[in-house]
Design a protein around this ligand. Structure first.
Ligand SMILES: O=c1[nH]c(=O)c2ncn([C@@H]3O[C@H](COP(=O)(O)OP(=O)(O)OP(=O)(O)O)[C@@H](O)[C@H]3O)c2[nH]1
Ligand SMILES: [Mg+2]
Length: 185
């Protein structure tokens, strides 16, 4: 695969750090710009697609964007793309209480990248999903709901970064992106 530079547009430094770490072992070069993009309501794919089109229009060139959802089974897949606002309102220590009235604590972390070649070009979407359960916060609380998402006995926050990246929603989505790039270039 020939080296390829991607311009990852995100306002989230933790996402950027993970994407850098995951792509470090591939020929993909990463650059990044922090642009605060308006996010529409819609399906997961619609949100990422629209985010990519807005980002490409803003920077007038090729872009990669990502939208992360956390879907509770008991909530019929909500809060999904709106999890950021629930987390911001409740804080990570109270986040698990959302599911206090439900037996079923299962959740799925969903990461959807969209790559857009330039303004008006149709974005290509790559998605990764990881199943877990929502628990009271354990581990460092510096990244989103990491401390409340348990996968096979450990929260994302308790895992070594490389271990999280190997099984995470983001790692799985990026594996698909890298496969696609291998075929494209
Ligand atoms: O514990 C976590 N582990 C993760 O792996 C992860 N990835 C994202 N998030 C959080 O989930 C919401 C997504 O919203 P989001 O996709 O719109 O992101 P964002 O607005 O922060 O950045 P961006 O839209 O500029 O890229 C935000 O609260 C993020 O902090 C995570 N939390
Ligand atoms: Mg956002």
């Amino acid at each position: 695969m020939a080296p390829k530079t991607l311009n990852f547009i995100t306002g989230n430094a933790n996402k950027l750090a993970e994407v850098q770490a995951i792509l470090a072992s591939t020929p993909v070069q990463l650059q990044s710009q922090a642009v605060d993009l308006l996010e529409i309501q819609g399906t997961i794919e619609e949100i990422s697609r629209d985010k990519a089109l807005r980002a490409a229009a803003e920077v007038k060139g090729p872009v990669l964007v990502e939208d992360t959802c956390l879907c509770f089974k008991a909530f019929g897949e909500l809060p999904g793309p709106y999890v950021k606002w629930f987390l911001q309102a409740l804080g990570v220590q109270d986040f698990h209480k959302l599911l206090a009235g439900f037996e079923d604590k299962s959740a799925q972390a969903v990461c959807t990248f969209a790559y857009c070649e330039g303004p008006g070009c149709e974005p290509v979407v790559f998605q990764g999903r990881t199943d877990g359960i929502i628990v009271p916060a354990r581990g460092p609380t510096n990244f989103g709901w990491d401390a409340c998402f348990e996968y096979e006995g450990q929260t994302y926050a308790e895992m070594a970064k490389a271990d999280k990246n190997a099984i995470s929603h983001r790692g799985r989505a990026l594996a698909k992106l890298v496969e696609w790039l291998k075929q494209e270039v």
